[in-house]
Structure formats: structure tokens, C-alpha cells
Design a binder for this molecule. Structure first.
Ligand code: ADE
Length: 223
């Protein structure tokens, strides 16, 4: 079974996305467990402060090291072999390959920040810094949800057909998925490509491969 722990100030953020569709099924079938750890529970001062103003001045607040590091220690105590990932826009980019390596780790701990970011010293207590992309979210929670979703659907037994995960976009290094069609055969004058109706399996395979390559080249040009 795959175990995930989420270190967050907003555990309620995850209630809805984890209670529908594939994550819901995976949790109900005991293929994964997901547990939230409230960072604020580890603040020791009277006001349970988790953030403070930045040294050197400037806007915003910074997450304090004491409660965050105490929460990381709790996560490591609960799951000694866990891989601790800090979500931050300055981390390494998340990819499908990374999702696959996380599946193999068996236990993942995702640390979500808020405000301007983390006190830099916290980085010494995590195994990896991960970014969803070159944009700034208001916190690590939406990034964590994307990572978890990408990992959960790869767990053995989660998807109906094991082929679905293997055949996805990106599973083959950098190659995008081919176009998919379903009924009706003509929608608002737009027809399903003839080859897909031909029943000629080799021709269909060839067409899909060509379309994947064409689409991948187009996306490179667009970005
Ligand atoms: N926190 C804020 N922005 C983020 C991003 N782009 N990726 C991961 N964590 C984040």
C-alpha cells in the first residue's frame, strides 16, 4: 500500500479532491492512505504562530522554521522511510518520470507552504524541493494535490486497465498522447478520421504514432 502524508496549514483543502473519482476509489480500496499533519499543531508559542516578518525587510511573511521542522520530524517518525518533498516555485520541475519514481518510494511526505515562502533553513530537513511550474500559487496545497493525483493513478490496481497508465502522454519520454475520438461519427460536421473506422489495426497504430509525433512537435514550437 502507498502512504502519503501532507504537512499543511489547510487540511480541509484536500477534502473535496480526495473524495471524488480516482483518488476516492484508490483510498476506498485501501491501495493508498493519505494523512494530513497540521503544521500549526507544532507551534509552541501562546498564539500558535507559524509565520513571521522577513529579516532584511520586504513584503509578506515567511514560514518559521521551528513548527515546520517539528512537523517534518513527526512525519519521519510516523513513516521512517518517507521521502520528504517541499513544494516551492523554486524547486525542480515535476514530471511524469518523477511521479513514477514516487510510486516506487512507497511513502511520500508533501510539505505545503503559504505566505511568501519558507525560512531557507527548512530546506536542510527535506529530501527534495519540487515545483509544479514557473508560476506562483498562493500555497503548496494545489501543487500537492496535482502530485498526489498523478501518483495515485499510477498505483497498481487503481485504473481499470493497467495499459491506460502505460500508454499516457509523457510515459514515453516527451511524446504526447494521440487524439482520441468516440461516438458520434460526425459532430457538427467534424468527422472521425476514416482510419479509426477501418478496423485495420496496423494502420491505426501507425496513424496514432504519427499523430503523437506531430502533436509533440507542434507543442514544442508553441511553447
Ligand atoms: N507553491 C507556490 N507556487 C508553487 C509552484 N509553482 N509549485 C509548487 N509549489 C508552489
Amino acid at each position: 500500500m502507498f502512504h502519503a502524508q501532507i504537512l499543511t496549514l489547510f487540511p480541509e483543502f484536500f477534502d473535496s479532491p480526495l473524495s471524488c473519482s480516482i483518488p476516492k476509489r484508490a483510498l476506498a480500496a485501501d491501495l493508498a492512505t493519505i494523512e494530513c499533519i497540521q503544521i500549526r499543531d507544532f507551534a509552541t508559542d501562546k498564539h500558535h504562530r507559524v509565520d513571521d516578518t522577513p529579516y532584511g525587510g520586504g513584503p509578506g511573511m515567511v514560514m518559521k522554521p521551528e513548527p515546520v521542522v517539528a512537523a517534518i520530524r513527526e512525519a519521519r517518525q510516523r513513516q521512517p522511510d518517507t521521502h520528504v518533498v517541499m513544494l516551492t516555485p523554486s524547486g525542480v520541475r515535476f514530471t511524469q518520470n518523477k511521479a513514477m519514481t514516487y510510486v516506487n518510494k512507497g511513502s511520500l511526505t508533501l510539505l505545503c507552504g503559504r505566505y511568501e515562502g519558507f525560512d531557507e533553513r527548512i530546506c536542510d530537513y527535506v529530501d527534495e524541493q519540487l515545483s509544479l511550474g514557473d508560476y506562483v500559487l498562493s500555497g503548496g496545497e494545489p501543487a500537492t494535490m496535482c502530485v498526489l493525483d498523478a501518483v495515485i493513478r499510477l498505483l497498481p490496481g487503481v485504473l481499470g486497465s493497467p495499459e491506460s497508465a502505460v500508454l499516457d502522454s509523457f510515459t514515453e519520454e516527451g511524446i504526447l498522447d494521440w487524439p482520441h475520438y468516440t461516438r458520434p461519427e460526425i459532430f457538427e460536421g467534424k468527422e472521425v478520421p476514416d482510419v479509426l473506422l477501418s478496423g485495420h489495426h496496423a494502420a491505426i497504430r501507425q496513424w496514432r504514432k504519427e499523430q503523437s509525433i506531430k502533436r509533440s512537435q507542434q507543442r514544442i514550437q508553441e511553447s
